[in-house]
Design a protein around this ligand. Structure first.
Ligand code: ADP
Ligand code: MG
Length: 233
C-alpha cells in the first residue's frame, strides 16, 4: 500500500508540475502569436507564406501542450452514473458541424435502453471526440463515419467506424504510443490519451483495420459490479 501511495503522490506532483509549466509556456506563446499576426497584417505579400507557417507551427505546439496536459494529469477522476448515449447526444451538434465542414456523413446507431455506467463525462467526451476526429481525418469528403452504441453481456460497447484509408499492420501496434503520428499536423497524443481514459474506466480498446477500406475502434466498458454502485450489498 505504501508503494501505491508513493506512486500516487509522485504522479500528482508530476501532474501539478505539468500544469504550471504548460501554463507558463502558453502565456508567452499567446503573446508571440498576437504579434506575429500583427506583423503578418503589416508585411509585404511575399512574406505571408512564412507567417502562415509560423502560425501553423505555433498552433501545433499549442495542441501538443493541451494534449500533454490532459495526459499528465492522470489522476483519479470523479465518476457518476450516466448513460453513454446521453453523453454522445450532448456531443452530436459539435460532431455534425465538423462533418458538415468536411462534407462527410455521420450515421449514429444507438441500441434501446443503453445501461448506465460509472463515467467521468468530461473524459468520455474527450475519448469520443478523439476517435471521431481521427476517423474524419482518415476519410475524404465522401466518407461516412458510423458511431454505434450497444449493450453487450457485461457492459456497453462503443464503435467508431470510418471508411477511410485504413492502417497498415506494422503501424497498428504503435498507435497508442505517445507522439506516434503519421500526420504533418498531428500531435500523436490523441490515442495515448484515449487509452489512458479507457484504462481509468476499467475498459478495453481494440482496433480493426483494412487498408483502403477503413478502421473501427471498439471500446468496451464494463458494467460496475453489483454493490459498487451507491449504497447496498
Ligand atoms: P494524431 O491524430 O495527432 O496523429 P493520434 O494518437 O490520434 O494522433 O493517432 C495516431 C496515429 O494513428 C495517426 O497519426 C494515424 O496514423 C493513426 N490513426 C488513428 N486513427 C486512425 C483512423 N481512424 N484511420 C487511420 N489511421 C488512424
Ligand atoms: Mg488524433
Amino acid at each position: 500500500l505504501k508503494d501505491e501511495v508513493d506512486k500516487m503522490e509522485r504522479l500528482s506532483l508530476v501532474g501539478q508540475m505539468a500544469a504550471s509549466i504548460t501554463h507558463e509556456i502558453r502565456n508567452p506563446m499567446a503573446v508571440i502569436r498576437g504579434f506575429i499576426q500583427l506583423l503578418n497584417e503589416r508585411s509585404p505579400n511575399e512574406h505571408h507564406s512564412y507567417f502562415h507557417i509560423i502560425l501553423q507551427e505555433l498552433d501545433r505546439a499549442n495542441n501538443i501542450i493541451n494534449d500533454f496536459l490532459s495526459l499528465a494529469q492522470n489522476r483519479i477522476v470523479e465518476k457518476h452514473t450516466r448513460k453513454l448515449n446521453e453523453v454522445l447526444e450532448d456531443l452530436m451538434p459539435l460532431i455534425s458541424a465538423d462533418a458538415n465542414m468536411r462534407g462527410q456523413m455521420i450515421e449514429v446507431r444507438i441500441e434501446e435502453d443503453i445501461q448506465p455506467l460509472d463515467l467521468n463525462v468530461k473524459e468520455i467526451k474527450q475519448l469520443m471526440l478523439n476517435l471521431v476526429r481521427n476517423g474524419m481525418e482518415a476519410m475524404t469528403d465522401k466518407g461516412v463515419l458510423r458511431i454505434e452504441l450497444a449493450n453487450v453481456d457485461d457492459g456497453v460497447q462503443l464503435r467508431v467506424r470510418d471508411n477511410g484509408i485504413g492502417i497498415p499492420p506494422e503501424k497498428l501496434e504503435r498507435l497508442f504510443e505517445p507522439f506516434f503520428t503519421t500526420k504533418t499536423n498531428g500531435t500523436g497524443l490523441g490515442l495515448a490519451l484515449c487509452l489512458s481514459i479507457v484504462e481509468r474506466h476499467n475498459g478495453k480498446i481494440q482496433v480493426e483495420s483494412k487498408i483502403g477500406e477503413g478502421t473501427s475502434f471498439i471500446v468496451s466498458f464494463n458494467r460496475p459490479k453489483a454493490g459498487m454502485l451507491g449504497a447496498g450489498a
